[in-house]
Design a protein around this ligand. Structure first.
Ligand code: ADE
Length: 247
């Protein structure tokens, strides 16, 4: 089934450049994914097509009005069982690889709501959004980049989007731990050597070297990832070797 994304934003132009290049462009052209960008102002029905207003209770900044968001979502997909509305906000659940995998299996339309200004009226969160998602603990000027980040991460997991070789790696190798170091020619650059194992042509040695270096990096930089990653017996042996290497 084709994955369908909709984005509701007051800045549709932000999306076209990114979606018009490289892997996402190809996925769209192949029909593996459909992404439609909608201008929130088209669903603001007053004379000035107003999407924001002053906050009740006072204070700095403007609040995005609820009615254009409701009108937009209902115009795109009137049946709540057929849609999954994701509001982008720094207060949401943190996006990660697991959420990307889960979203890549979603059969409903995924509709992203991008906020700008100070905030979105709370009733959008409580009565329209199914999920509230953050891409990290920092505050951006709007939800457009977060929507693109999620669309990008989810789309590359859809079967057929990456080449066969790349997608096999996504499945089996890079899951849950950091990537191994990569090298290309020349074999010696400014005195810096490419590791011997990679030059050997021995596939078993290369595979083992890569797995070990991926585990080494993870152990050094993000040890918490190894706690919930499913490690094989070989991985445990390699981790033992890494610990002995550093003694
Ligand atoms: N809007 C502003 N900052 C954000 C973040 N970190 N994640 C999601 N939406 C946002």
């Amino acid at each position: 089934m084709k994955m369908k994304f909709d984005v509701i934003t007051i800045f549709p132009g932000i999306f076209h450049a990114y979606l018009g290049e490289s892997i996402l462009k190809r996925a769209l052209m192949k029909g593996l994914v459909e992404i439609n960008i909608h201008n929130l102002r088209d669903y603001a029905y007053d004379k000035h097509r107003t999407v924001d207003d002053y906050p009740y209770g006072g204070g700095a900044g403007m609040v995005m009005k609820p009615d254009p968001f409701f009108a937009a979502v209902e115009a795109l997909c009137g049946d709540p069982s057929q849609r999954r509305v994701i509001m982008l906000s720094p207060a949401g659940k943190k996006f990660d690889h697991h959420m990307a995998v889960e979203l890549s299996k979603e059969n409903r339309r995924i509709i992203f709501l991008c906020g700008r200004y100070e905030a979105i009226d709370e009733r959008v969160r409580t009565a329209l959004a199914d999920d509230e998602v953050s891409i990290g603990d920092y505050v951006l000027t709007g939800g457009e980049l977060p929507a693109l980040v999620i669309i990008d991460a989810v789309t590359r997991l859809i079967p057929g989007v990456l080449g066969d070789g790349q997608s096999a790696e996504v499945e089996s190798f890079s899951w849950g731990i950091l990537d191994y170091p990569h090298y290309t020619r020349p074999p010696v650059f400014r005195g810096l050597q490419v590791p011997e194992a990679l030059l050997s042509g021995n596939h078993a040695d290369i595979r083992k070297w890569r797995r070990k270096e991926a585990l080494r990096r993870t152990l050094l930089r993000r040890p918490e990832l190894l706690e919930d990653s499913r490690l094989s017996d070989e991985d445990r042996t390699l981790i033992q070797e890494i610990k002995e290497d550093s003694l």
